[in-house]
Design a protein. Structure first.
Length: 349
């Protein structure tokens, strides 16, 4: 009897063996030689789930070592101001990307909204508060048109928003006759500082970031965005009105673009029809660098903020190091490609 018991244990019948085809495993199933999985859990979580934040920390440390002026208070505030417009645009794009879409029109919508603000307040003499509402309404209207073409016209998001990019830029030129429009002094103060040191654009950035996090985490539309991005057909079968939610998603993107346009115009003290050209690419890059997936279902406001800060800090640091503007484009493109590659490896892991 004792022999039988011993024999059964020897064949692994009495206790499940942790050995695998590649040799014996440790108590947690890892190889005896260890691997990246043997790193402390907190470090693993930081590297795998917050890769963008880790990259931001490394970038800040590297620039602080290479340029003594980088960590100066004034320079850091300048970084915040430089990141504000891109981040606000990117917050709006986050809604779209989480839902599995894309919005190429946000730069043009920002410019059109700013032109609407300047045109109605300066040339038409409307009260500033009404002009601001009309500017935001312009952004919402553009988003609704794009969303309608996608949801009801069945156009691919790329084509619908590419068309809106052209329409928005064209209307900006038509309304302004191709020339900048001066803004009222009360609007220009948005580009100034509070207490003589804290930039108002950074305050707007914080407010819009908080609003984005709130929408994504605490509202029905936010949950619907993740569901649609994860599996649109499953979302439809579960009772989500997908077409209506797409209208909401693109309207939000347009509204955020309008706010970004107002902030940008206030910094320039004028609404310019060619403003924010190419900003849509920076916004999408910030969302992707922040960990969102272009296939949908993944993304958050904090990641987008980190992505926007990485772009702003990278540009600022390269300027401090007197790197050519041409090489800056090369470096930024390489960083975007690397961020997507690392994100792909992280998801596989």
């Amino acid at each position: 009897m004792a022999t039988d018991i011993h024999s059964s244990r020897g064949h692994g019948l009495g206790k499940k063996s942790s050995d695998g085809p590649d040799g014996p495993k440790g108590p947690d199933g890892r190889g005896p030689g260890g691997s990246w999985r043997d790193a402390p859990p907190l470090l693993r979580k930081l590297l795998l789930e917050n890769g963008a934040l880790s990259g931001l920390a490394v970038l800040v440390i590297a620039l602080a070592v290479m340029s003594p002026d980088f960590l100066g208070t004034q320079n850091l505030l300048n970084v915040g101001v430089q990141a504000a417009v891109t981040a606000i645009l990117a917050f709006g794009v986050t809604f779209v990307v989480v839902a599995g879409g894309i919005d190429l029109s946000v730069g043009s919508v920002a410019a059109l909204s700013a032109i609407m603000l300047g045109w109605t307040s300066t040339k038409e003499g409307l009260p500033v508060w009404l002009s601001v509402l009309l500017a935001v309404g312009t952004g919402v209207a553009c988003g609704l048109v794009s969303g309608g073409l996608i949801a009801y016209g069945k156009l691919p998001p790329f084509i619908a928003t590419l068309a809106m990019l052209s329409v928005g830029r064209g209307l900006s030129l038509v309304l302004s006759d191709g020339t900048p429009i001066a803004l009222p002094a009360s609007v220009a103060t948005v580009g100034e500082t509070l207490g003589g040191w804290f930039p108002v654009p950074v305050l707007v950035l914080v407010v819009m970031g908080g609003l984005t996090a709130l929408v994504l985490a605490r509202t029905y539309s936010g949950r619907a965005m993740y569901a649609i991005g994860g599996n649109e057909e499953a979302a439809r079968l579960s009772g989500i009105r997908v077409r209506r939610q797409k209208l909401v998603i693109y309207a939000l993107s347009g509204a955020f673009a309008a706010v970004a346009g107002i902030v940008l115009a206030s910094r320039l003290a004028s609404a310019q029809p060619q403003a924010a050209t190419g900003y849509e690419l920076d916004a999408i890059a910030a969302v992707v660098i922040g960990g969102a997936s272009l296939s949908g279902g993944v993304g958050k406001a904090s990641g987008t903020l980190v992505g926007a800060l990485i772009l702003a800090i990278l540009r600022n640091g390269l300027n401090l190091l007197e790197v050519s503007i041409f090489w800056q484009q090369v470096v930024i493109g390489a960083v975007i490609a690397l961020a997507v590659l690392l994100d792909t490896l992280r998801r596989r892991a």
